[in-house]
Structure formats: structure tokens, C-alpha cells
Design a protein around this ligand. Structure first.
Ligand code: PLP
Length: 440
């Protein structure tokens, strides 16, 4: 004889589960639909016999996400400083505090002293102008792609933009610069070859239809061997404006990145306009920086499209704090002495070994990442762990509950490496706790 129990009838009703005091509190902090989804999931588990009917409230509570948004904090132990999949540059503490302060109502377009309307983002624009004194004027949009679209639309719709065949890049995820530019109605006039383009190639292509020359820094690949390209200084001597896309957002030359262009140098060499990203080597929020001649910046800022590309108050706050505040984490990570990294790795490996985890120090090599400096290896150090820890570190119960950040490392030769180059030293103890929690 088989006793048939109708588990559906035993599964507690939704309103009964929602009356649980922990779930009622969660409804206030997370909202009803998130709590309801967790309750329904727990009820389904009870109906399928996976849990007992009287465990539904506990299971629903355990299944709640920590925040109303699903983005999870991650410790970037990949050794890639600017990881596009991990949100590129982490913000400095100063920028995070500025974002927090601006999150409510704020004087974004209001002058508190006079009580009158104020210029949107004036503090941010002043900080950017101060950081690059050679720029006559500056403007900020949502990202570098938006900066290029705005420049092409406002200055070259229906006309031609001259670009070297060696600079027709794909910026990632299938997005190609030539297609992006042609979507504005501007035509691309390709010159030179993949590996070699001279100033004479550009000169021969200039005509009545030419709006400007676009010089693009190949930020995510390198062409080596029999190569040549025309410099900004050579092109600036021709009869049309030169717009330079430097990519990474370095505002001044960086001693460790001699091949990476910067806004000050390209403007100094005669570029009429420079565009760059805010969340690569500049170390700030996603943004597109435009710097250069006043009349061009004014034409862009007043174009109707500028309204569709303008940055929000959180970006305004984060970018100003990045420019005016202390050195952002990306710059700190770049400047870190490898011996310091080795010391941190030894300390971490020893504490983990004390917790009976198979952890060993190992030399490593880090990179700037998709955001710039292709081919540059940065000496680094990593803790080597059993590969089985990768999954719980990324998505274990403590991560899902929000009590630990996720940790993303890289797998190499059957081991999980946690490279400390991109990890804030202030997070070392948290990283240690996360590994112990994942192993336990
Ligand atoms: C990254 C990059 C872009 C795209 O910048 P976003 O800020 O991601 O829109 C464009 N051009 C170059 C040279 C880049 O390196």
C-alpha cells in the first residue's frame, strides 16, 4: 500500500508565508515582487517534495537577494585591471561617496547661493578643464562611442570622415567603429593599408566633402613588423581638423605606459578635438570625454543629439570626484610595486594555509585589459588554490546572501589563481574571509 499525501494541500498559502515577520521586513526593504518571487519558488520546492511544507518560510527567506538590484559586488582577482565584464574601472572611495551624496535630490542644475538655475555639471566640467589646461573647452557624454557619434553627427553628417585602414577597429562585443560612425549619416573615406598609412595618403583624400580626419588609437590590439602611421602632429598640418580618439582616457603621459596616447599630448600636437572613455585608465565612471577647440565643443554641446547623450547626476558626481579627488584604484593598481604584491600574497596564502586550505604563493602576470595598453605585461603575484573553489567563490551561498562579495580569479594549469594586482589592499581581509567561506 502506498500512502498518497497531497503535498499541494499541505504547502502553506502565499499570504500565510508573507506574514512571517522576516519576510514582512524584507518586503519593506526589497519590495513586494522580489519577496513574492522567493516565496513562490519556495512553494514550488515544497510541492515537488524537495523541502517540507513547514520549511517554506525559511527557504523563502534564505532565497532572498541582498539588494533590490541584481548586480553583485565582485573582487576582481583576474589580474586584468580593466575587465569589461566586471564593469571596467572600480570607483575610488571619494567617487563612491560623491555618488551616494548625489543620489537623492541635489543641486545638479541649481545654484544654491542665488536660488536660480545653474549650469548642469559645472563642477565636473571645471575639474576636467583644470586637469587638461591645453583644452579650450570640454564636454561630457555617456561614453566614448557617444562622443564619436556626437562629433560625427554634428560635424560630418552627409560629409566624409577620413580614417586609416589600420584604425578601423572593433571596440568589443561586435561593435565596429566604422558602422557606428556610418550610422550617423557621415561617410567614411578609408585611406592607406592595414599596416601602413602616410600623411600623403590623407592629403590625397582631402576634398570639398571632407569634414575631418579621425585618428583612432588601436587600444585593444597591436600591429607589429612593417608598419607606419601618420602622427597627430603631421596630420594637424593639413587643411582639415583632426579629431583623435585616444580610447583609454589618460589625460597626461603615464611613465609606465609610453605607448598609450593622452589628451594633453594629442591636443598639444594639434588635434582639434580629443575623445576618450571615463571608465578605462582614467579610473572613473562610464563617460565619454570631449576636449578641444571652443567652437567645436560649443557646436557639439548645442546639437540636439547632445540632449540624448547627456550624463546623469551619478556620473557627474563620480567623474568630478575621480578628477578632483585622490588617485583612483586603477592608477593605484598600475603603480603597485610587485614586491608589495608578493608580500600581500604570502600573508594571504599563510592565513589560508592556517585554515587548512591548499593555498600557495605564485608569480603571475597581470594586464591593463581591453581598456588599453595591449601587449603590456605587469609583473604580479597570485595565490594558487584548488580549481574546485572557483565556483563557490563566484556564486556560493554567502555570495548569494550578500554576506560576501563574489571573487573572480583565473584558471591556469588546473589551479585557480587569485591575482592581487587589481585587488584593493583594503580588500585583502575580505578576500581571505571569502575564500575561507567558499572552502567551508
Ligand atoms: C574603448 C574604446 C572605445 C569605446 O569607448 P566606450 O567608452 O566603451 O564607448 C572607442 N575607441 C577606442 C579607441 C577605445 O579604446
Amino acid at each position: 500500500m502506498v500512502a498518497l499525501v497531497d503535498v499541494r494541500r499541505l504547502t502553506p498559502r502565499t499570504d500565510a508565508v508573507l506574514a512571517d515577520s522576516r519576510l514582512a521586513a524584507a518586503e519593506r526593504s526589497l519590495g513586494r515582487s522580489i519577496v513574492l518571487a522567493a516565496v513562490r519558488h519556495a512553494q514550488d520546492r515544497a510541492r515537488s517534495g524537495e523541502i517540507e511544507p513547514d520549511e517554506v518560510a525559511d527557504a523563502a527567506f534564505d532565497g532572498l537577494p541582498p539588494l533590490a538590484a541584481s548586480l553583485t559586488p565582485v573582487i576582481n582577482a583576474t589580474g586584468v585591471l580593466l575587465h569589461t565584464n566586471l564593469g571596467r574601472a572600480p570607483l575610488s572611495a571619494a567617487a563612491r561617496a560623491a555618488v551616494q551624496a548625489a543620489a537623492g535630490c541635489t543641486d545638479l542644475e541649481f545654484d544654491l547661493a542665488s536660488g536660480l538655475r545653474g549650469r548642469r555639471g559645472r563642477g565636473m566640467l571645471a575639474a576636467l578643464a583644470a586637469a587638461v589646461p591645453t583644452a579650450q573647452a570640454v564636454h561630457v557624454v555617456n561614453n566614448n562611442a557617444a562622443a564619436l557619434v556626437l562629433a560625427a553627427t554634428a560635424l560630418a553628417a552627409g560629409r566624409e570622415i577620413i580614417i586609416s585602414r589600420g584604425e578601423l577597429i572593433e571596440i568589443g562585443d561586435g561593435f565596429r567603429l566604422p558602422e557606428l560612425i556610418e550610422s550617423t549619416g557621415a561617410k567614411i573615406r578609408e585611406v592607406g593599408t592595414t599596416n601602413r598609412t602616410s600623411a600623403a595618403d590623407y592629403t590625397a583624400a582631402i576634398g570639398p566633402q571632407t569634414a575631418f580626419i579621425l585618428k583612432v588609437h588601436p587600444s585593444n590590439y597591436r600591429i607589429e613588423g612593417f608598419t607606419s602611421s601618420a602622427s597627430v602632429a603631421e596630420l594637424a598640418g593639413l587643411s582639415v581638423p583632426v579629431i583623435g580618439d585616444i580610447g583609454s582616457g589618460l589625460l597626461r603621459p603615464h611613465p609606465l605606459l609610453p605607448d598609450e596616447p593622452d589628451a594633453t599630448s594629442w591636443l598639444g600636437a594639434g588635434a582639434a578635438l580629443v575623445t576618450a572613455s571615463g571608465d578605462k585608465l582614467l579610473g572613473g565612471p562610464q563617460a565619454g570625454l570631449l576636449l578641444g577647440r571652443s567652437e567645436l565643443i560649443i557646436a557639439l554641446a548645442r546639437h540636439p543629439l547632445a540632449r540624448a547623450l547627456r550624463v546623469d547626476k551619478l556620473t557627474v558626481a563620480a567623474l568630478e570626484a575621480t578628477l578632483a579627488g585622490p588617485r583612483p584604484p586603477v592608477a593605484e593598481a598600475l603603480a603597485t610595486d610587485p614586491r608589495q604584491l608578493e608580500q600581500r600574497v604570502r600573508t594571504l596564502a599563510e592565513s589560508l594555509a592556517d585554515a587548512s586550505i591548499d593555498a600557495r604563493p605564485q608569480d603571475s602576470s597581470a594586464a591593463v585589459g581591453g581598456g588599453g595598453a595591449p601587449g603590456l605585461n605587469l609583473a604580479s603575484a597570485a595565490v594558487s588554490l584548488p580549481a574546485e573553489l572557483a565556483e563557490p567563490l563566484r556564486a556560493g551561498q554567502p555570495v548569494r546572501r550578500g554576506t560576501m562579495p563574489a571573487v573572480v580569479g583565473r584558471l591556469e594549469d588546473g589551479r585557480l589563481l587569485l591575482d592581487l594586482r587589481a585587488v584593493d589592499p583594503a580588500d585583502d581581509e575580505l578576500l581571505q574571509a571569502a575564500v575561507i567561506a567558499a572552502a567551508g
